[in-house]
Design a protein around this ligand. Structure first.
Ligand SMILES: Cc1cc2nc3c(=O)[nH]c(=O)nc-3n(C[C@H](O)[C@H](O)[C@H](O)COP(=O)(O)OP(=O)(O)OC[C@H]3O[C@@H](n4cnc5c(N)ncnc54)[C@H](O)[C@@H]3O)c2cc1C
Length: 455
């Protein structure tokens, strides 16, 4: 056992625990701002949930499959010199399909398409248009399902909200809170009296685009990690003590117990890992973090020869509303979105099984899961024969649920009176990769201003 004080400046030394996209981005920006830091990662590889497997000629993303990026994010890729690696989602993948009345139907994405399409009943079309004039309400801890049913109607909740929430959070809209998941909806109602009015008045068309990289999502963490001077992998943080304004962090690094002292500490791990890390600093926060739910999820990659597919498979993918009782929560038609994932004579589909609404399906073994998925492809997408390859990858703890338990964790953190302790991760105020990158950049900025105060 030995002590090591990382003292590059007398006042500020930032410890970052966890080299997922949040910790990596934070470290990168601190380095750019000449703030001393040390990034500690338990595994021998960085990226956390971002993982790409290259098998034969197939590029398989095991975690996130794309990043929704605006100019700020694409500029970040430029500074990392990976903008030439970027691939934008193909125009063929513009449409999103939802399973309804026994088949996949295009979800109308504009008012003219909504009026023309038969996706919604006449009653629902009227309900959507009358949202402009509905009374507002301010309901504490309102769930997403309650909000959307109140502003629109149950058909919109069942056939739009439910599949999309499953797609993003693998969650249950009856439990997720609107203020935590989509605060923009809550704000639009409050500011403009109507979500639709607010969207029009704020000029709210989403200018972000979906991207991946030629060799998969892992390109991103790899590029950041390569630029970092103070990254230490194979280093698991066990616990942290807070004494006299310093954080004493004990780690197991390559089998050895080591201590580090930091003036600022950023916890960039999942909530369940953060829970044991902060146990000695705040048992209350630790307890609240241990209650944040991460339902399990399996990602199933299925490759077919193109000859087995009847017609073209054009679209981002097919989402399954829970009410339709399908086996998977949905599939991305990956090779329609990013054609280079497999050779041109093949197609790749990525299906999702599990999350809080499909727990029973997740319990099956890999073979059962694979067979159920191929049966549904045969029935719903008219894909014949056996796949060329099928692989099930399981995340025992996949996506943090933005529900009441998380709200309780936020409240416990807000009450914590310890200067210099920060949280920066997918469970903390933004789950998407873009949110993680932006939140980490902002935190780096906040910490960098401390240097100005100290100097
Ligand atoms: C299956 C799946 C699909 C997804 N799809 C998308 C998508 O398509 N688009 C999108 O934008 N987002 C998607 N997400 C969400 C997004 O991937 C995550 O929110 C994001 O990657 C979280 O990054 P992070 O850095 O906050 O945490 P993590 O990725 O969890 O990284 C935390 C790191 O901390 C390390 N760590 C943990 N404990 C310790 C310890 N004690 N000591 C040291 N290190 C430790 C871990 O090993 C890990 O490397 C998806 C998530 C999942 C699970």
């Amino acid at each position: 056992m030995y002590f090591r004080r990382q003292e590059l400046t007398p006042d500020i030394m930032v410890g970052i625990i966890g080299a997922g996209i949040s910790g990596l981005t934070l470290a990168y920006h601190l380095q750019e701002n000449n703030i001393p830091y040390l990034l500690l990662e338990e595994k021998d590889i960085t990226g956390g949930y971002i993982k790409t497997e290259i098998r034969d000629d197939f590029i398989l993303d095991i975690g996130p499959n794309s990043i929704l990026a605006d100019e700020e994010i694409t500029n970040f890729f430029k500074t990392l010199n990976i903008d030439n690696e970027l691939i934008e989602a193909s125009p063929n993948s513009k449409d999103r399909f939802i399973y309804k009345a026994g088949k996949y139907q295009v979800l109308p994405d504009s008012p003219p398409r909504l009026l023309k399409s038969n996706f919604f009943s006449f009653k629902t079309k009227i309900s959507i248009l009358s949202e402009f004039f509905k009374k507002t309400a301010n309901i504490e801890d309102e769930t997403l399902a309650h909000f959307i049913t109140r502003r629109f109607n149950k058909e919109v909740t069942d056939y739009v909200l439910n599949p999309f929430v499953t797609g993003i959070y693998a969650g249950n809209p009856e439990k997720l809170l609107v203020k935590l998941t989509f605060p923009i909806l809550y704000d639009l109602e409050n500011k403009y009296g109507s979500v639709l009015k607010g969207m029009i008045k704020s000029g709210g068309s989403d200018r972000r685009k979906s991207f991946n990289f030629k060799k998969g999502m892992a390109t991103l963490p790899k590029a950041i990690a390569e630029k970092l001077k103070n990254l230490q992998v194979n280093t698991k943080v066990e616990k942290v003590e807070y004494q006299k304004g310093q954080f004493r962090v004990s780690v197991i690094s390559n089998g050895q117990k080591v201590f580090y002292d930091f003036s600022q500490l950023v916890i960039a791990t999942p909530a369940f890992a953060a829970s044991s890390i902060v146990e000695n600093i705040s048992p209350e926060v630790a307890q609240a973090l241990s209650q944040v739910e991460y339902p399990p999820m399996a990602l199933v990659h299925t490759v077919y020869s193109k000859d087995n597919v009847n017609g073209e498979l054009n679209g981002f993918g097919g989402l399954n509303p829970k009410i339709e009782n399908k086996f998977a929560s949905g599939s991305i038609w990956t090779s329609s979105v990013f054609p280079n994932r497999v050779p041109t004579d093949k197609i790749l589909l990525t299906s999702f099984v599990g999350g809080s609404q499909y727990l029973d399906q997740y319990k099956g073994d890999d073979q059962q899961i694979g067979e159920s998925i191929t049966q549904d492809f045969q029935k719903d997408l008219k894909i014949e024969g056996k796949p060329v390859m099928q692989k099930v990858h399981r995340w025992e703890k996949a996506i943090p649920q933005y529900d009441k338990n998380l709200q309780t964790a936020y409240s416990a953190i807000e009450k914590l009176q310890i200067g210099g302790l920060y949280f920066c991760a997918g469970w903390y105020k933004g789950i998407s990769l873009s949110d993680c990158i932006k939140n980490a950049k902002q935190l780096a900025k906040n910490i960098s201003t401390l240097k100005d105060i100290h100097s």
